[in-house]
Design a protein around this ligand. Structure first.
Ligand SMILES: [Zn+2]
Length: 147
């Protein structure tokens, strides 16, 4: 039977656990003021994205206020994820500013309509938020933290 790729539905929430959050906080702090980035692997279940693993990737952007995931690194991660029955449900990156998609993020959100988890670092606080591009609109996705 042929495998059919279904479009990603509108996602209302992403479920992450404490460990995922701690890892992303750590990566954000470590990389600051450059942007940290990574891929969130897991499963889509209806309108929910359930995270199983966060894999950080090198930021190969030349600018310090953007991020670019190395294509070959991404390919290796996705091949391994497929072998483990996981899919890319989200993209993580951090901002040296607020946790909102930048104008540079928007075209990439359209190409990759998974859940975009953004950590913002304003003053000494780190905020997190999630968004998805769906039908030409960027809408917020609720972050649910499982303990
Ligand atoms: Zn961004």
């Amino acid at each position: 039977m042929e495998e059919v790729l279904l479009p990603i539905p509108k996602i209302q929430k992403i479920i992450l656990n404490n460990e995922h959050i701690e890892m992303m906080l750590e990566e954000t702090r470590k990389t600051y003021p450059k942007e940290a980035c990574g891929v969130i692997l897991g499963l889509f279940e209806g309108e929910t994205a359930k995270a199983q693993e966060v894999v950080f990737t090198k930021n190969v952007a030349e600018s310090s206020v953007s991020f670019v995931i190395d294509v070959e690194e991404l390919y290796r991660i996705l091949v391994q994820a497929e072998g483990e029955g996981k899919e890319m449900i989200g993209i993580f990156h951090s901002h040296p500013t607020i946790a909102k998609p930048s104008s540079a993020d928007k075209p990439f959100m359209e190409i990759n309509p998974v859940v975009w988890v953004i950590f913002g670092t304003l003053s000494d606080r780190i905020d997190m938020a999630a968004y998805q591009w769906f039908e030409n609109v960027i809408h917020p996705v609720e972050i649910v933290v499982e303990h």
